[in-house]
Write a protein that binds this ligand. Structure first.
Ligand SMILES: *Cc1c(COP(=O)(O)O)cnc(C)c1O
Length: 364
């Protein structure tokens, strides 16, 4: 019997995707081999990567002047690749100006990496209130790019509107919200996401980049860290994460069959509303996030208990008893504590209802 997995990532995958992958494990498409065993340059693998890319372009409405890349190194490597490609100087060291908005722990990490290769300006931060809101975005000036984290996985906030940065390219980390709601790709210069939240298994990173931002970077930037290297070779400069790309393709087929991103968004809003409504009415639990900025994907909650020792004991008990009822991975991030339910696209409404029934029982 399967669990309801509320993990922030790697996270649950749709059952039909896992079943299909299982059925094709020994013989994919009559090739007599698993996708894991195929040469990435073979005629058997080519249609797989092409299908994954065309489905992603179709479902996200990616305009034709953008490239879609399948890379490795996680979203974390993009924290370095973005400044290296858009802001690096002729010699290693701090290059051009880059704007960042600090809205959580992933944004902090992006800022730390960018500071090695760019002259970083943190234009706004919500650290003063433990990242429980999204700050007003100051306008861009002459920066090489402007970086935001669209959905903040750990603290459970999301940008309620996309900032207008004029001619400065807007770059967004969409690791934990890709395909959760419609997004106007044309407003961005670069979008990037590690696959392990909404798209597939860990190991593949999707980068969507406007073509004019794929430039010749300074010579000292390693080949593997340059967008021009990967874009020029159709993500095949070296061996891509083949099996991950195949599973992403199956997940995208599943999204399309459900009705596409609009349908997924409707389901996500329903799921999130059930949980937030329960939290807002509960006497034991509450959401620490400002309503306007609540994430649809990651929903942290804490108990109203004031005594620290009792609070920890209660929350530990909650996570343990939930797991005994097959509701797993509900502990909050180690840096923020409390609880968190990540309800990505693959989490069913039944899973959310099961969690709420358990919370009602626990509260009693
Ligand atoms: C998970 C996550 C990351 C880190 O992703 P890796 O693929 O582990 O590098 C970065 N940013 C956000 C918003 C995330 O949710």
């Amino acid at each position: 019997m399967r669990v309801y997995n509320f993990s922030p990532g790697p996270s649950a995958l749709p059952v039909p995707v896992l079943e299909r992958a299982a059925s094709e494990m020994l013989d994919a498409n009559g090739t007599g081999q698993s996708v894991m065993e195929m040469s990435h340059r073979s005629k058997d693998f080519k249609p797989i990567i092409e299908k994954t890319e065309s489905l992603l372009r179709e479902l996200m409405g990616i305009p034709s002047n953008y490239k879609t890349l399948f890379l490795q190194g996680g979203a974390s490597l993009q924290f370095s690749m973005i400044p290296l490609n858009l802001a690096a100087g002729d010699l290693p060291g701090k290059g051009k100006k880059a704007a960042y908005i600090e809205t959580g722990i992933w944004a902090e990490k992006a800022i730390k990496e960018a500071s090695k290769y760019a002259t970083v300006e943190v234009k706004a931060s919500s650290k003063d209130k433990a990242y429980t809101y999204i700050p007003e975005a100051p306008s861009a000036s002459d920066e090489a790019y402007y970086h935001i984290t669209l959905n903040n996985t750990i603290v459970g906030t999301k940008w309620d509107k996309i900032p207008n940065t004029g001619s400065v390219p807007l770059v967004a980390d969409i690791s934990s919200c890709i395909l959760s709601e419609p997004l106007d790709v044309s407003k961005f210069g670069i979008l990037y996401a590690g696959a392990q939240k909404n798209l597939g298994p860990a190991g593949t990173t999707v980068v969507i980049i406007r073509e004019d931002l794929i430039r010749k970077t300074p010579d000292w930037v390693p080949s593997m860290l340059r967008y021009d290297t990967h874009a020029g070779e159709g993500s095949m400069y070296n061996t891509p994460p083949c099996y991950g790309i195949y599973i992403i393709g199956l997940v995208l087929e599943w999204v399309k069959k459900l009705g596409g991103v609009d349908t997924i968004a409707k389901l996500n809003r329903e799921k999130a509303a059930l949980l937030y409504n329960y939290l807002d009415a509960s006497k034991m639990f509450y959401s620490p996030v400002e309503k306007q900025f609540r994430s649809l994907m990651n929903i942290p909650f804490v108990t109203a208990e004031q005594d620290d020792a009792k609070k920890t004991e209660l929350e530990t008990r909650f996570v343990k008893e939930a797991a005994a009822e097959r509701l797993i991975n509900l502990a909050g991030h180690r840096l923020v504590g409390g609880m968190r339910a990540s309800i990505y696209n693959a989490m069913s409404i039944d899973g959310v209802k099961a969690l709420i029934s358990f919370m009602e029982k626990f509260e009693k």
